[in-house]
Design a protein around this ligand. Structure first.
Ligand code: VGL
Ligand code: ZN
Length: 213
């Protein structure tokens, strides 16, 4: 089997590798920090790297604490549809929102923040949960001539999956590097995310498939 060498017009999208989603964080994903060395190893193979950061104002509408009588991991109806309610996490300017200290991506060109509108969540790095509001990432990547994207980070079944699905919709050749991601996996969300991604033509790869410099 031949190894993958990312093309010059490919981008690595590193999703939400923040303290909040790693061990000790406010919305810790099991094994979250384990993706850090894998992403650090993959990064030199990519000419283009974009980092995302979940970046919520205090009191954000995705926080259970903002909804009377609700607990974390309950759901509620927002104006745009069903929303899982989370513990307060990745509040702007707090240590929980900082990128993991061991993430070493000196060549990354853009950090895109999302989830900063008080009343709208944004799992996807491309489009907010109202499915109307663009983050600007699609235009950025298109203007830079990017044709394919490889998505890694946290969490597989939420921000990684939504980002990959929107990348497909935007016309990018899209892959998720599975072992460079970790999942929240609540109520079958991980299997559902993979089924949806695969039905939309998102490729499922492993980091061992890459030719690394
Ligand atoms: C995420 C839940 C809430 C993620 C962000 O990065 O997958 N999940 N906010
Ligand atoms: Zn969030």
């Amino acid at each position: 089997m031949s190894l993958i060498t990312p093309a010059p017009d490919a981008a690595l999208i590193v999703v939400d590798v923040q303290n909040g989603f790693c061990d000790g964080g406010n919305l810790a994903v099991a094994g979250g920090a384990q993706v850090v060395p894998i992403i650090n190893r993959l990064a030199p193979a990519f000419a283009n790297i974009v980092i995302t950061q979940d970046w919520h104002p205090a009191g954000h509408a995705s926080f259970a604490s903002a909804h009377h009588g609700k607990a974390a991991f309950d759901t509620t109806e927002m104006f745009y549809g069903s929303q899982v309610l989370w513990p307060d996490h990745c509040v702007q300017g707090t240590p929980d929102a900082e990128l993991h200290a061991d993430l070493h991506l000196p060549t990354a060109q853009l950090i895109i923040r999302k989830g900063f509108h008080a009343g709208i969540d944004s799992y996807s790095a491309f489009m907010e949960a109202d499915r109307q509001t663009q983050t600007g990432l699609q235009a950025y990547l298109k203007q830079r001539g990017i044709r394919s994207v490889y998505v890694v980070g946290l969490a597989t079944d939420f921000c990684v999956a939504w980002t990959a699905l929107d990348a497909r919709t935007a016309g990018f050749d899209t892959s998720v590097i599975e072992d460079a991601c970790r999942a929240i996996d609540m109520n079958g969300s991980l299997a559902a995310a993979w089924a949806q991604m695969q039905s939309q033509g998102v490729k499922r790869l492993q980091s061992s498939s890459f030719q690394l410099p």
